[in-house]
Design a protein around this ligand. Structure first.
Ligand code: GBH
Length: 485
């Protein structure tokens, strides 16, 4: 296949992303208390190797060198998250020592001309709040706003880009329905209650931060309020088979539309409500009882940017496949449930595409279709790809370099797919690699390497991979070269 030369527009934002629990370490320092991930990582069988984030990439202590590396790689922006249990330990009063880390980080970024792109919540709920019910408790949404405002008090003068939540799908459905992620609860439709409270937290924070002027300064065009959602592209395995078509509809509804519709249309998707309304939920008649008057107005408060995380799509089949359904046991022997509420009959069918080390199919054209769909079906604000990337089994070679041609190819193909969408009228403003560094890959611990920079977890030495050099070049020029082959 030959490819042509591509030029991204001037001002396109090139960045890389991380998340607090995945890179910071310093788990008990300066007053930080446990989050649900500190707890979950210690549940036998929950995480491969029992890995936890106590040290991770030690970014808490090495942030200055890491920012220097970003600069060296020509990155224009760094997407990071703030750890709620540093800022409000045990969900209590503000902890100045914890906030001070982000103060130092933001100053270092600004001194190096790297735009700080701040996410308030990337899955590390204070354990104290989970003990009080977690995201299935409505009060957690109000506690999130208190926390968000304390972060804004400290950083609002210097940070322009504010993301409320990263991937509420994972928090709600891997956390409370499937049990693959913290807090590891497997409570069926209670995941929809968690999703609603996450959406409420988002909307309330948007209103409060907007009230403080976030996203209203014309001098800061990169500024704004947003949320990052993760998406899938759910294709029926056999488009002529109504069973597969219906399975794909349900997965699309429970992954994409259950967040897009309340945010951009002010309502939950009727088909998903109809499918799930009668399902039992602990302590409530229906998950929809969690929706109070006015909630959807709050949730649909206007935002300035939508962050898009895309990794892969799936071919979806709907008839029961008992053999495959048994495979809900993970590598560590802990049994989990499907995160798709009521979808025990649904399986993902291999299309024979190349796969990453996560076993996810590599499907760049899915990104084009996703972006065009967002433009066509929803009144979306400007889009940023806030995560895209791949894990591969990288190895340090004898000369100390890390050659990762598969990742270079992955990045190249997805940038071309994003550019295709722009040619079709999508207002895409930037792209963040997941991830800057190899890091703690949640239930997979340190076994999966997503970084464009290799991390040696014994020495904490960072080694930019071939893909980092490739991406640095794109970031400097906005250009992808032509190739034959
Ligand atoms: C993101 O989650 C996270 O924000 C980030 O912290 C994480 O490190 C990164 O991605 C890599 O995992 O059903 O086999 O088709 C992404 C989570 C990835 C969850 C794709 C659903 C579908 C896999 N999503 N996944 S499959």
């Amino acid at each position: 296949m030959s490819t042509s030369e591509i030029q991204f527009p001037p001002g396109f934002l090139w960045g890389a992303a991380t998340a607090a629990y995945q890179v910071e370490g310093a788990a008990a320092e300066d007053g930080r208390t446990p989050s649900i991930w500190d707890t979950f990582a210690r549940v036998p069988g929950a995480v491969i190797g029992g890995d936890h984030g106590d040290v991770a990439c030690d970014h808490y202590h090495r942030y200055a060198a890491d920012v220097a590396l970003m600069k060296e790689l020509n990155l224009g922006a760094y997407r990071f998250s703030v750890a709620w249990p540093r800022v409000r330990p045990d969900a209590g009063p503000v902890n100045a020592a914890g906030l001070a880390f982000y103060d130092r980080l933001v100053d270092e970024l600004l001194a190096n001309d790297v735009v700080p792109w701040l996410t308030l919540y990337h899955w590390d709920l204070p354990q104290a709040l989970e003990d009080a019910g977690g995201w299935t408790d409505r009060d957690t949404a109000y506690r999130f706003v208190d926390y968000a405002l304390s972060v804004h008090d400290a950083l609002g003068d210097r940070v322009a880009a504010w993301t409320t939540l990263n991937e509420p799908w994972c928090s709600a459905f891997l956390g409370y329905t499937g049990g693959q992620h913290a807090p590891g609860r497997q409570e069926g439709a209670n995941g929809l209650v968690a999703a609603h409270h996450l959406m409420l937290a988002h909307g309330l924070a948007v209103q409060e931060l907007r009230g403080r002027g976030v996203g209203t300064d014309p001098e800061r065009p990169e500024a704004g309020l947003g949320i990052t959602l993760n998406f899938t592209v759910a294709d029926p395995n056999d488009p002529a088979d109504p069973v597969d078509v219906d399975a794909a509809r349900r997965v699309d509804g429970l992954f994409n539309r259950v967040f897009l519709d309340p945010i951009f249309r002010g309502s939950y998707p009727a088909d998903i409500v109809a499918d799930t309304e009668a399902m039992p939920v602990p302590g409530r008649g229906s998950w929809t009882d969690a929706i109070q008057d006015g909630d959807l107005e709050i949730i649909s408060s206007p935002i300035d940017v939508l962050g898009v995380n895309y990794y892969n799509g799936n071919a979806i089949a709907g008839r029961p496949h008992p053999d495959e359904l048994k495979s809900n046991e993970n590598e560590t022997g802990r049994t989990t449930s499907t995160p798709y509420v009521g979808c025990d009959d649904v399986i993902f069918v291999s299309r024979g595409l190349p796969r990453t080390a996560m076993d996810w199919e590599v499907q760049p054209e899915g990104l084009t279709r996703l972006l065009v769909r967002l433009k066509d079906e929803y009144a979306v604000p400007p889009l940023y790809i806030t995560e895209n990337g791949a894990a591969y089994d990288d190895e340090i070679s004898a000369d100390g370099s890390v050659h990762d041609p598969d990742r270079v190819h992955f990045i190249d193909a997805h940038l071309r797919a994003a550019h295709d969408a722009m040619q079709q009228g999508v207002d895409l403003r930037g792209f963040f690699q997941w991830s800057l560094l190899d890091n703690y890959e949640w239930a997979f611990g340190y076994t999966k390497r997503f970084g464009i920079v290799h991390v040696d977890y014994d020495t904490q030495v960072r080694t930019p991979k071939t893909s980092a050099r490739f991406y640095a070049d794109v970031a400097a020029t906005g250009r992808l070269g032509s190739s034959e082959g």
